[in-house]
Design a protein around this ligand. Structure first.
Ligand SMILES: Nc1ncnc2c1ncn2[C@@H]1O[C@H](COP(=O)(O)OP(=O)(O)O)[C@@H](O)[C@H]1O
Ligand SMILES: Nc1ccn([C@@H]2O[C@H](COP(=O)(O)OP(=O)(O)O)[C@@H](O)[C@H]2O)c(=O)n1
Length: 216
């Protein structure tokens, strides 16, 4: 019987963690969960009902209704929904509801790849391998701008950069589960890496950790 493999990937907005997580999940034949979508789904539900993002009890209700098998990446992908998600993500009661669902996903054989902000530190502290993916804020803003333009939208680089820096500050500065690398995470700065180079670097780290049993 093959053992379960759990890969935890964290990092700031537009660092490339989702792209990397999908490639690794495909390569290692593991299910993938983009945990950012769970926070986006809560924010999207509040916005759709015209409710303020600091309505904690409505956010808790929306969090309870999140169904991991029905997360609509396309509907939740807007840049503004990411910002709104980081506002509901500060509430510990909302986090607890979502983290319980994320842990259940991670605990199901044959393992999984999860990406987010607190996977290596809080959701799956016993993951086999932990990666912390970064890139400079300017590189990340450029990537997000290209994302928006590729969907036919327009945006200003300076505004996207300011949004990214504000979100970084909110995610690293919150009291509950702030964004930070786990002590045993492998750091991967993709500022100067192509998607393929980042994938090969991550795969090498994971292959080595699994072969030596020297997992995170
Ligand atoms: N190493 C890379 N080099 C260039 N572009 C990248 C790289 N990694 C990801 N991207 C692109 O940057 C954008 C953001 O990547 P994504 O994986 O969605 O980031 P995150 O999940 O961290 O928000 C996507 O358009 C993706 O194709
Ligand atoms: N595990 C996670 C994942 C996302 N989040 C929050 O949800 C927001 C949106 O996450 P995301 O991963 O979809 O954002 P992007 O990196 O795709 O821009 C983040 O800015 C965090 O505030 C979180 O707190 N914990």
């Amino acid at each position: 019987m093959t053992r379960s493999i759990l890969i935890a990937i964290d990092g700031p907005a537009a660092s490339g963690k989702g792209t990397l997580a999908r490639r690794l999940a495909d390569y290692f034949h593991l299910p993938h969960l983009d945990t950012g979508l769970t926070y986006r789904a809560v924010a999207h539900a509040l916005i759709s009902h015209g409710l303020p993002l600091d309505n904690v009890s409505a956010a808790e209700t929306a969090a309870r209704q999140v169904d991991l098998s029905r997360l609509d990446k396309h509907a939740l992908s807007a840049h503004a929904v990411g910002d709104a998600a980081s506002r509901v993500a500060v509430f510990p009661s909302v986090r607890k509801i979502l983290v319980d669902k994320q842990r259940a996903f991670a605990a199901t054989p044959p393992g999984a790849v999860l990406d987010g902000r607190d996977i290596g530190t809080v959701v799956c502290p016993d993951a086999d391998v932990k990666l912390y993916v970064t890139a400079s804020a300017a590189v990340r803003a450029g990537r997000r701008l290209r994302d928006i333009e590729s969907r036919g939208g327009t945006a200003d680089f300076g505004e996207i950069l300011a949004d990214i820096e504000r979100r970084d500050a909110r995610d690293t500065g919150r009291a509950d589960s702030p964004l930070r690398p786990a002590a045993d995470a492998h750091l991967l700065d993709t500022s100067e890496m192509s998607i393929e180079t980042a994938f090969l670097a991550a795969k090498a780290l994971i292959d080595e950790a699994l072969a030596t049993g020297n997992t995170a």
